[in-house]
Design a protein around this ligand. Structure first.
Ligand SMILES: [Zn+2]
Length: 540
């Protein structure tokens, strides 16, 4: 593990020990209780419940003594584009044996367009394996294939084996890479593994939410895959039709993909496909809430450390039985992270300010695709290179007396060693990601900052001291479910300890002599912060 110089460490330890603030289980419980109340109706982005939650966070920032940091007082309104499919959407697959049509929500799940009212997209099909595309990193699923003007067919998920955060990122970029290669449509078929963990039938039965993206300063809906005009996930019936008379049968492809490290090669299919669908678009405006504590050091106060958590959740369940619970309260996801952020903000506001400026952000639109954070990272309130670090609090499992934390993304820059040092003060360890298959690195707001070159992590409670069982039970039973509410056995003393841990981390990042640096040779540093100074990784 890499430590900063002894002088810095002494300085840091002396100050907080002198008068470290108190962290209150009762205050956190009160905040979570309010934010997760049924009256806030699940805090869906753009809803009245989320607006009320945003006013509450602003009021708490104000009461604590923070300064408004939004574009309009406490708020930075984020404009979003929401696109919904009209009736009658279908995917038609044609081959030598004729044509077969597959209906939306029966055999296929299509995505609405943010640009077109009526879409009609047809082209020959090309299978591209997993659709992973970064030849320099060893993933070259488009090798030898010309997909210009074609519709690509790819497997969902990633190869079995040791998944890492780079592969998680490449999986997140599949449509973007297809677009860059000139494809006009993307069809995702289930791998055997994705059917085990995320069955198509379960998605069909679930609620389909509108597709949402953020709107750029020029008024256009952001689309990183702008050549792709049709996008669908399909079930087995449509997959069979797509692979009719294929030179490698579907079953063979799926079996090969299911082997450890299995990476089936792509090839032109014998079929073509046609997407026909109508879309309606509307704009919604939803706020990020921003509070600031200005830094005290003349040389460092122009640098900003961001501590953030998403305030939005997934709203109200459609088609719930009369009288049954229908509110997705999101007590842990992410009223808890928001409340922990508030408690850390209160602690900073009650003492002498740190050297760098602190920015506390309650993000909107996370559940729709990290949209509030994407808007901040792409249209930042200060030059992006002045944001020296971002720490994201999302879904802390405050259900057991945690003794370790996971810093998703901490291995890529010195932010990881800064965090290890800070939490060590509280007797807490940092553990490596115990669930890489969940690809959490690309699933929360910090990822938007990583893609703009900011060393950023998502902090979560770890697997030790009962954490593993709590995580497995929460992810399988309560995650994005009606039961993520105040009836969960939340350990409020652990919540207060978690607020202290976040306070210590933020203070370390805000007071350290040097800002975090990407490690030399790191994938994300190279991809997104090419000109920034590097650190040399210490041997472990
Ligand atoms: Zn969530």
């Amino acid at each position: 593990m890499r430590f900063l110089s002894a002088g810095v460490a002494l300085g840091l330890l002396a100050a907080p020990l002198a008068a470290e603030p108190q962290f209150s289980p009762e205050r956190i419980k009160a905040d979570v209780g309010f934010l997760a109340d049924d009256l806030l109706e699940g805090r869906d982005t753009g809803s009245r419940g989320h607006e009320i939650a945003a006013r509450y966070v602003a009021a708490q920032f104000a009461a604590a003594g923070l300064k408004p940091g939004g574009s309009q007082g406490w708020f930075t309104p984020v404009t979003l584009s929401e696109a919904s499919l009209g009736d009658g959407a279908s995917l038609t697959v044609s081959g030598k044996a004729g044509s077969q049509s597959f209906a939306q929500r029966v055999d296929v799940l299509m995505t609405a367009s943010h640009r077109e009212a009526a879409s009609d997209v047809s082209a020959p099909l090309v299978f591209v394996g997993w659709g992973l595309d970064d030849p320099a990193y060893g993933y070259n699923d488009y090798k030898g294939l010309d997909v210009r003007g074609k519709i690509v067919v790819m497997l969902r998920g990633i190869p079995k084996g040791a998944p890492d955060e780079v592969v998680a990122h490449l999986a997140n970029q599949k449509a973007v890479r297809a677009s860059a290669r000139g494809a006009i449509g993307v069809i995702a078929i289930s791998s055997l593994q994705s059917e085990r963990t995320d069955p198509f039938a379960k998605r069909l039965a679930g609620q389909q939410r509108p597709s949402t993206t953020w709107v750029k300063a020029d008024g256009q809906a952001f689309d990183a895959a702008s050549n792709v005009r049709g996008n669908a996930r399909v079930g087995d019936k449509a997959a069979q039709a797509i692979f009719a008379e294929a030179r490698t049968p579907l079953a063979t492809v799926l079996a090969e993909a299911d082997k450890p490290g299995g990476r089936p090669k792509g090839f032109a299919l014998a079929t073509s496909a046609r997407f026909t669908f109508a879309s309606t678009q509307r704009r919604i405006v939803s706020p990020n809430v921003v509070g600031v504590i200005p830094g005290s050091d003349p040389a460092l106060k122009d640098e900003v450390v961001v501590l953030m958590g998403h305030l939005d959740h997934i709203g109200i369940k459609a088609n719930a039985a009369p009288g049954a619970d229908r509110i997705f309260n999101g007590a842990l996801d992410n009223a808890a992270g928001s409340a922990v952020m508030l408690e850390a903000a209160r602690a900073f506001a009650a003492e002498a300010p740190p050297k760098r400026t602190l920015m506390f952000i309650a993000n909107t639109g996370e559940e729709r695709g990290l949209l509030g954070a994407e808007a901040t990272a792409n249209m930042p309130p200060v030059a992006i290179d002045r944001i020296v670090a971002a720490v994201d609090l999302d879904m802390p499992l405050l259900l057991y007396p945690f003794t370790d934390v996971i810093a998703f993304g901490g291995d890529h820059s010195t932010i990881g060693s800064a965090i290890a040092k800070a939490v060590g003060v509280a007797g807490v360890a940092v553990s490596p990601d115990p669930m890489p298959e969940e690809t959490i690195f690309v699933r929360s707001d910090h990822y938007a900052f990583v893609k703009r070159g900011v060393p950023a992590i998502m902090l979560a409670t770890g697997y030790a001291s009962g954490g593993e069982a709590a995580w497995k039970s929460f992810l399988s039973t309560h995650y994005h479910n009606l039961t993520d509410d105040m009836a969960l056995p939340i350990d409020w003393a652990s919540a207060a300890r978690y607020a202290r841990v976040n306070y210590l981390i933020t203070r370390e990042l805000a007071d350290a002599a040097e800002r975090p640096r990407w490690y030399a040779g790191d994938y994300f540093g190279n991809a997104f912060a090419a000109g920034a100074p590097r650190a040399v990784r210490a041997a472990k």
